[in-house]
Design a protein around this ligand. Structure first.
Ligand code: 8Z2
Length: 281
């Protein structure tokens, strides 16, 4: 049975949204009293690397926003130059057996919750957004990005393979040819390039402006019947969601098999070293 919460199809736009502010350790949720829109901020220095704990907090925050009947969700970062560096490579390099299972399962859960969220979602991409960072942004329905940053699924550049549901997420935004080519290349798009191919919807000159544009997008649903909107979104996304639901155990095993290959471990080690050397220069 599909566990996505598209399914709590409670009308939302008609509900008076109340202010709520809650903090878990690595994410914060703040609801605007006037608009009822929740801003979910990732806050894991230095680069919002998606480790098990940040993923857990993201999941909890998304559930909280769904539960509080917010009118929409805006995902952003507290870091002024990085939206998210993607999966924390330290989770995948020389991994602990139990933890890496929990880590990948939690990533699946976050994707199911965000991509399948019953509320309108938007990402204010206020910094670099490679790989898993791009996955989170692309799981939202709308993206506004600041100039001079990069975004993309760069997995092949690291010698790893983006799984099927990463591909589906890209395909929900990009034309098939563009999605295939850029995934094969592991291409990182500049903000301007991302706008040109449709990976982002708008460019904003500041985080405040990006948040405002995301709120404007969410406001476009104010007069749309919330049940009709939610069911329509569900119809668009259910095949992708259902595919992971059906195959999540195999997806986990495939990930574990792949990540434990000596050549993959070697490649991740070299990549980590190159990142560290870069930050020492
Ligand atoms: C078939 C299916 C099979 C399935 C097969 C498996 C599929 C897996 C899918 C994987 C998805 C992913 O997301 S993989 C992750 C991909 N991510 C990336 O490639 C991003 C790499 N990072 C960057 O490009 C940059 O760091 C960037 C984010 C732009 C920020 O640049 P800055 O100059 O501001 O900062 P840096 O100096 O580089 O980084 C600061 C510190 O953070 C660390 N750091 C940076 N990114 C990190 C990261 N992702 N994980 C851990 N640590 C990271 C650096 O090493 C530094 O550590 P110190 O030196 O100690 O301070």
């Amino acid at each position: 049975m599909m566990r996505t919460k598209l399914l709590s199809l409670v009308p939302r736009a008609t509900v008076a949204c109340r202010h709520m502010s809650s903090a878990t350790k690595l994410t914060t949720v703040e609801v605007n009293d006037k608009t009822g829109i929740a801003t979910l901020t990732m806050n894991r220095p230095p680069v919002n690397g998606l480790n098990l704990e940040l993923l857990r907090d993201l999941q909890q925050s998304i559930e909280e926003i769904e539960g509080n009947k917010s009118c929409g969700l805006i995902l952003t970062s507290s870091n002024p130059t990085i939206f998210s560096a993607g999966l924390d490579i330290l989770e995948m390099y020389k991994p602990d057996k139990e933890r890496i299972r929990a880590f990948w399962t939690q990533l699946q859960d976050v994707w199911l919750a965000l991509y399948g969220s019953s509320v309108p979602t938007a990402a204010a991409i206020n910094g670099h957004s490679p790989a898993g960072g791009c996955l989170l942004a692309a799981s939202c329905e709308y993206r506004v990005m600041l100039p001079k940053f990069t975004i993309g699924l760069n997995e092949t550049q690291l010698g790893i393979v983006a799984p099927q549901w990463f591909m589906s997420t890209y395909l929900s935004i990009l034309p098939r040819r563009e999605a295939e080519r850029s995934l094969n290349q592991g291409r990182m798009f500049t903000t301007e390039e991302a706008l040109r191919v449709g990976l982002v919807d708008e460019i904003a000159s500041s985080k405040e402006e990006a948040l405002a544009k995301c709120a404007d997008f969410i406001a476009t649903f104010a007069k749309v019947n919330p049940l009709a909107r939610s069911l329509t979104k569900q119809q668009f996304r259910s095949a992708d969601l259902q595919q992971l639901e059906n195959e999540r155990v195999q997806d986990l095993e495939k990930f574990l098999f792949f990540i434990n290959q000596p050549a993959v471990q070697k490649g991740l080690g070299i990549y980590l070293e190159s990142l560290k050397k870069k930050s020492k220069n």
